[in-house]
Design a binder for this molecule. Structure first.
Ligand SMILES: Cc1cc2nc3c(=O)[nH]c(=O)nc-3n(C[C@H](O)[C@H](O)[C@H](O)COP(=O)(O)OP(=O)(O)OC[C@H]3O[C@@H](n4cnc5c(N)ncnc54)[C@H](O)[C@@H]3O)c2cc1C
Length: 477
């Protein structure tokens, strides 16, 4: 079968299911995408591309190099969603490591990035490989602090101006690192996928359609949803992309597995006095789960900043990381966390946790203490396959025939994940590859910036977030 007759069911329209739908539909398959919510990419948030894994000093170099390659592919597929502002990595004085620990890995990443560009010049999506990262000593930062702000920073030094002016330089080690790790905008990527999948002739997009029944009759999968009680559709191949709920689908299929689920939240703030200035992202490293856990300061336009603090009073939660049991593939989060996912947040808790996050970052940026709560947090639960909570790279598993279980931990893994699914479809004789993955990716038509922006604003409004979050700090030209 070339693929044109193959009927695919995808359960879950997060980044994993929606990207798979886009690629398989372009490869010629007939795809039905079932999503329980009313729009796509509405699950756990993402704000950072992780093009090199520099936020995670404790993971292996191998995982970082994979994240680099996967991020380059991701940035090529979703250019509307990449925010080209750099990231500054600062190690607090209290940190047991120093910058020198990070340099060998950064050199490896720079070398690999240069090789990838030599293989294909279109891989040059993170700027010049020579300047993938730069180091700045205190004297330079003090000199930059005297420079005026630039409305549109066009040099690395111009990006450093707000950092140099506002960060308490006595709290951090030197040199600091500037790395070409960019932001990701989930509203824009969700918008792009909504626009592409709604129009695609090979895609049947079923929104507000929660899958309630999965069974197998001979070689065919039968799927029933809550909106079409009596109707059951049949498919050749089933893709379980249900995110933190993949275990529920595995249970319907009768599989066994080992996995964890983690609930986390990031806080949305507004810093009135900085509404005119463009900031880089800033990472203040720290030991996860301790009161000094990593602080992440992610800029959006109009003085909006998204904050992470890797402590249990901010991003992480008591009992927020749970594993499944031998009786079920679905790990059980405490009811209080499920309430947040399925219903909403208490405003008092939003204020308390956001204020904790502001205080956490104000240890390094004292003037940031004047920031306010801007909206409810960006939050959600994600799955982590296996039993290692520090895993950052995972793609997909094929635990039974004609069945794929998407298991991404970082969003950039989706293209390798979809490629593995295409290989499995070929193995099952449901698809004959007619072109390499890279050619397939290049054939996907882009969507106009303005259309994406308008749809992304609609998603922000529907989900109760400020519409500024639909925009990039560095608009695409
Ligand atoms: C606070 C936080 C911050 C994060 N930041 C980053 C980051 O900066 N960068 C990064 O790369 N990653 C980040 N991640 C991880 C990232 O969010 C996830 O890896 C990714 O969103 C998972 O995508 P997914 O498509 O697998 O799952 P999901 O986005 O959860 O999608 C699954 C979809 O399936 C639907 N569904 C479930 N069951 C059914 C059913 N029975 N029928 C129909 N539909 C169903 C759900 O409604 C959902 O829309 C972060 C995670 C969290 C929690």
């Amino acid at each position: 079968m070339s693929g044109t007759q193959t009927k695919i069911a995808i359960i879950g329209g997060g980044i994993a299911g929606s990207t798979t739908a886009l690629l398989l539909a372009h490869a010629g398959m007939r795809v039905t995408l079932f999503e329980a919510k009313q729009s796509l990419v509405s699950g756990p948030p993402f704000c950072h591309l992780h093009a090199g894994g520099n936020l995670y000093p404790d993971i292996s170099d191998e995982q970082c190099l994979i994240l680099l390659e996967q991020s380059i592919d991701f940035a090529r597929l979703y250019p509307n969603g990449v925010d080209h502002r750099p990231t500054i990595i600062a190690l607090p004085k209290a940190c047991s490591k120093n910058t020198q620990h990070l340099l060998p890995r950064l050199e490896k990443l720079r070398g690999r990035y240069a090789e990838l560009i030599a293989q294909d010049p279109k891989n040059r999506v993170l700027g010049d490989p020579e300047t993938y990262f730069r180091l700045y000593e205190r004297e330079t930062i003090e000199r930059i602090a005297k420079e005026p702000f630039e409305t549109k920073p066009h040099t690395p030094e111009a990006w450093l101006v707000p950092f140099a002016k506002e960060v308490d330089l006595d709290t951090i080690q030197f040199p600091v690192i500037m790395v070409q790790e960019y932001g990701l905008n989930l509203f824009r990527i969700g918008a792009r996928l909504m626009l592409s999948l709604q129009q695609h002739p090979n895609v049947s997009l079923k929104l507000s359609a929660a899958v309630k029944r999965v069974s197998r009759q001979g070689n065919m999968w039968q799927i029933g949803t809550d909106i079409e009680q009596s109707k059951t559709e049949t498919f050749d191949y089933l893709i379980n992309a249900a995110g933190y709920q993949t275990g529920k689908i595995d249970d319907m299929v009768g599989l066994s597995c080992e996995r964890m689920v983690e609930f986390k939240a990031a806080y949305v703030t507004r810093w009135e006095r900085e509404s005119e200035h463009l900031w880089p992202e800033i990472i203040f490293h720290g030991e996860r789960g301790t009161p000094r856990g990593m602080g992440q300061f992610t800029p959006y336009p109009g003085g909006h900043f998204q904050l992470h603090g890797m402590t249990k009073a901010i991003t992480l939660y008591e009992e927020g990381l749970v594993a499944n049991t031998p009786q079920s593939c679905q790990p059980q989060l405490p009811q209080t966390l499920l309430e947040k996912i399925e219903h909403d947040w208490q405003w008092s808790e939003t204020v308390e946790r956001t204020q904790n996050a502001i205080t956490h970052l104000a240890r390094f940026i004292p003037s940031f203490a004047s920031a306010d709560v801007a909206s409810k947090p960006l939050f959600g639960a994600q799955q982590i396959p296996g039993n290692d909570p520090s895993l950052r790279v995972a793609e997909v598993a094929f635990p039974t025939s004609c069945y794929a279980r998407c298991e991404i931990v970082k969003v950039s893994s989706v293209i390798d994940m979809a490629e593995a699914i295409l290989d499995d479809l070929a193995k099952e004789k449901l698809y004959t590859a007619t072109m390499p993955m890279q050619t397939l990716l290049e054939q996907i038509p882009p969507v106009e910036e303005e259309t994406v922006t308008s749809q992304a604003e609609t998603l922000c409004l529907e989900r109760d977030y400020p519409t500024e979050l639909a925009h990039l700090c560095v608009p695409k030209v």
